[in-house]
Design a protein around this ligand. Structure first.
Ligand SMILES: Cc1cc2nc3c(=O)[nH]c(=O)nc-3n(C[C@H](O)[C@H](O)[C@H](O)COP(=O)(O)OP(=O)(O)OC[C@H]3O[C@@H](n4cnc5c(N)ncnc54)[C@H](O)[C@@H]3O)c2cc1C
Length: 290
């Protein structure tokens, strides 16, 4: 099927894109999630605002305060391959390496991964564990939003319709506490059923655990962080903590796995990730070609 007709604009700067958004429209980044929905006419925007010409939205930099900045239009493969990401937040490089296949990674962007708000999105789970902040802009100014707060429901974001995500801000992780990303994805190029990201505690930092694929939004697993802090994070206790939380939050289920299966997988992956953090097996070799 072909998309329904729409107007198309291709701004050359963030300022132009903001003006266009204020007038109304849907942003196009890498198109990996949006284009299939357009083709199936599940979404029918009247106007598409294509960000692909705005060079200032892509790129990776750092500063003296040990923060990494990743532009919203930075592609997944560039994140996986970038030396700054590999050395300062290797957990994120690992999550990007696991995402889809090379075609998807070459086009899809970190901004699209967050704004699409899928509860299993690789980079979202990693960024929540890394305590990353999304920087949004609109014609009136900038707004910082913790990535965890960008998710309000299944594929629903707290981003306002006139806001553009411009970059992600992430603190460098200490050398000895860089964390582990694990997922279960039966198809090599498919979205994971469940994914987990664990960042161990370090001086001045609490351990952080995020899980995707259990609920309608990615879950910051505070109760399991507490178990980890007190040395009680056995697979059994992790499973109990998930089951308790599952009574409060909308469970996510699809033909690939019901809530009980997802809880079982999540408890195994979290226990494995915590163990790898302890034994130092979290660090992976640099990305390899497929
Ligand atoms: C075959 C296949 C396999 C995939 N596998 C995985 C996987 O394993 N893991 C995974 O996490 N994802 C996976 N994806 C999803 C995809 O790769 C992207 O990560 C992401 O969901 C969309 O990014 P995009 O840049 O293509 O965004 P688009 O599709 O262009 O946009 C997605 C949504 O975000 C909005 N948006 C995009 N950028 C901005 C911005 N800067 N500001 C405001 N709004 C914005 C758009 O308006 C749209 O609503 C897969 C996709 C395909 C087709």
């Amino acid at each position: 099927m072909r998309p329904a007709s729409f107007d198309y604009v291709r701004p050359a700067s963030v300022a132009e894109a903001c003006e266009a958004l204020t007038a109304g429209g849907t942003v196009l980044a890498g198109g990996q999630s949006l284009v299939p929905l357009l083709k199936l006419r599940i979404v029918r925007p009247t106007r598409i605002i294509d960000l692909n010409r705005i060079d200032e939205l892509a790129g990776i930099t750092t500063n003296e305060a040990e923060e990494l900045f990743i532009g919203a239009m930075t592609r997944h493969q560039d994140i996986a391959d970038h030396p700054l990401v590999q050395s300062k937040v290797p957990l994120l490089a690992s999550a990007a390496r696991h995402l889809g296949d090379i075609q998807v990674r070459a086009r899809g962007t970190i901004g699209g991964n967050i704004c699409f708000a899928d509860p299993r999105a690789n980079l979202a789970t990693a960024l929540i564990a890394l305590d990353a902040v999304a920087v949004l802009i609109h014609t009136g100014g900038l707004r910082d939003c913790p990535v965890a707060d960008m998710f309000t429901g299944f594929r629903q974001s707290s981003r306002r319709a006139d806001e553009l995500l411009i970059r992600l801000r992430i603190r460098h992780t200490p050398e000895h506490a860089q964390g582990v990303y694990l997922e279960l994805a039966p198809q090599l190029n498919g979205t994971p059923i469940v994914n987990v990201a664990v960042v161990p505690g370090a001086p001045g930092r609490e351990p952080r655990i995020a899980v995707g694929g259990l609920f309608d939004i990615p879950w910051r697993a505070v109760t399991i962080e507490e178990l980890a802090r007190t040395g009680r994070a056995t697979e059994h206790r992790i499973r109990e903590a998930i089951d308790e939380f599952q009574t409060d939050r909308l469970r996510f289920e699809d033909p690939r796995g019901d809530a009980a299966y997802r809880a079982r997988i999540a408890s195994v992956l979290i226990a494995q990730a915590l163990e790898r953090c302890t034994t130092g097996r979290g660090r992976e070799a640099p990305a390899q070609e497929e």
